[in-house]
Ligand binder design. Structure first.
Ligand code: PEP
Ligand code: MN
Length: 346
């Protein structure tokens, strides 16, 4: 249940609602969406709470929510939540945001070459894993903290915001200190302590769909983060397991408009993991934008043949540059524009 407050409700009005609800036995969570505040109530007595709650000053109405993931659901907002990553870079607004870069940070030269190249092509956010969740324990596991320092240096040099993955609670602090967006990967979508830690972060969280997760399971994972108070969650469709093995995963294009129907959270697509083949990344990137994706996550490597992870699905810089030229038309087909680069493109 949500107690919806009038726009610009005063702290005293909100405080009175919270005190009254707690006296009735509810747990409460203040949900701030722009200038509007709602107070979520959990765990209290079944049935209607006291009529007095609805008549407290500043209260517009009480909304009963039957959704298993109320904070992720449309009950909160009929629009898309705008998440300002850094000043001027918004995911979930009118413009589509492209996050691009290598699967893994490998060394300074590789990362800087990728960062300069994707920025010149018009990307606004640099991706790159310092902590890598690899299927095999014998595969490159990432550079860890040294990789984070390289990401920081790349941001200083290019002005690009950074998205990078946290694989566990122990390394979350270090990742959060550097990342403008913290990624939670597909393998960790149901790592509940990690989700709760992400919920206590002030950073936006890019939550990737699990390998075989339903949309409901994805939204329940998002709910873990939201319920801890972090409303800045970006959902990511990155393909799911299927019987087909020509592609690495099956990019579920219908998930994009479905998630928009079910949730106010912004949705981005990852056509790189969603196909596993660089030749398919462009068509699926365009399709994802046409389906209403709020952004893209694309793996780009200066020398894909030398990549320590995910080379076969990584585009080189020239292919990425050509893709970026094709994307405005796809974005326009969904009534969107491409986000302008935050820094002058050289
Ligand atoms: C990645 O983004 O490099 C990654 C590991 O993705 P996923 O968690 O979707 O497999
Ligand atoms: Mn990867």
């Amino acid at each position: 249940m949500f107690v919806v407050m009038r726009p610009h409700a005063t702290p005293a009005e909100i405080g009175e609602v919270i005190a009254h609800a707690r006296a009735l036995g509810y747990e409460t969570r203040e949900v701030v969406q722009g200038e509007r505040v709602a107070v979520g109530l959990w765990g209290g007595p079944d049935g209607q709470p006291s009529g007095r709650l609805a008549s407290l000053p500043g209260v517009v109405n009480l909304v009963r929510v039957s959704s298993p993931h109320p904070l992720a659901s449309r009950a909160i907002d009929s629009g898309t939540t705008r998440i300002e990553v850094v000043p001027g870079v918004v995911i979930g607004g009118s413009d589509v945001v492209v996050m691009a870069g290598p699967c893994a940070v490998e060394n300074e030269d590789q990362l800087l070459a990728a960062a300069r190249g994707v920025r010149a092509a018009g990307a606004t956010i640099l991706r790159g894993g310092a902590f890598k969740p690899r299927t095999s324990p014998y595969s490159f596991q990432g550079l860890g903290e040294a990789g984070l320092a390289m990401l920081e240096a790349a941001r200083r040099e290019t002005g690009l915001a950074i998205v990078t993955e946290a694989v566990d609670v122990a390394s979350f602090d270090a990742v959060e200190a550097v990342a403008d967006i913290v990624q939670i990967g597909a393998r960790n979508m149901q790592h509940y302590p990690l989700l709760r830690r992400a919920g206590r972060s002030s950073r936006p969280i890019l939550l990737k769909r699990g390998l075989s997760a339903t949309l409901k399971e994805l939204l329940l994972a998002a709910e873990y983060i939201l319920a801890e108070g972090n409303m800045k969650v970006i959902l990511c469709e990155r393909g799911v397991r299927s019987f087909e093995n020509y592609t690495r995963n099956m990019l579920d294009l219908a998930a994009i408009p479905s998630l928009h129907e079910l949730s106010h959270l912004p949705v981005v697509a990852d056509p790189s993991h969603g196909t596993g083949r660089r030749s398919l990344v462009g068509p699926m990137a365009r399709a994802a934008l046409a389906a209403g994706s709020d952004g893209l996550l694309v793996e780009v490597h200066p020398e894909p043949g030398m990549a320590l992870s995910d080379g076969p699905q990584s585009m080189d810089l020239e292919a990425f540059r050509r893709l970026m030229e094709e994307l405005p038309t796809a974005a326009e087909s969904a009534g969107r524009a491409m986000a302008a680069p935050t820094t002058p493109v050289t």
